[in-house]
Design a protein. Sequence first.
Length: 257
Amino acid sequence: MQTEKKKVALVTGANTGVGYQIAKSLADEGYTVYVGARNKDKGDAAVTRIGKQSKTIQLDITDSQSIDAAVRQIQSEAGYLTLLVNNAAISNAGKPGRTMEEVLGAQRASIAPIDEMKKVWETNVFGTLAVTQAFLPLLRKADSARIVTVSSALGSLTLNANPANPFRSAFDAAYGASKTALNGIFLSLAIDLESANIKVHLVSPGFTATALNNFQGTDTVEEGSREPIRVALAEDLPTGSFTGPAAYAGADNIVPW
């Protein structure tokens, strides 16, 4: 077991949006932050803005070679990882430039193109788990490690089974259901790692205006980043938690599975 001199974090999809806000907040709190970005130039631009102890790391979570290279970089430079924030995700894999309503309409379970569903799930579910599995050896080297995965209340089966939920019509087979699968896998991981001193948390930003929804969300990026930042910085939350903004999750921030 290595004694940590500094907390080290990796945030995937961190060159923009919620991921960028999380990375910036971690850097402000003294973390060495690896800013994950598929495009290295965009990652470099984000690191220039964040400053402090932030570093670019090229990372495409659907590319095993990219993942392996990122593991080797952090192993070489830091030797361990205190915090992994799984933020990278996509909302669709169809024709670009569509409105959120058009995307959701095309991703209803009765008509969703299977190849497009597979691409979304490849990133949101399998890619996220692949990154996590790859970095577990470095997380195990930390004195106390955490995995924070950005999910969505849209993936909650309890909420979507309630006819009174005004957002249930947005529960599509590609993005929404991918978050349900993500929740299930990472709850399974929390159980798996209970004896490993590695906590696992899922967190919903809320309906945030980002590229995921063609910037049609009701909350600003700053507003939507508050709960993910809180969870990323908190070290006393129970493992296996699923939380969201108090505006819909309530005072305890707990989102039902």
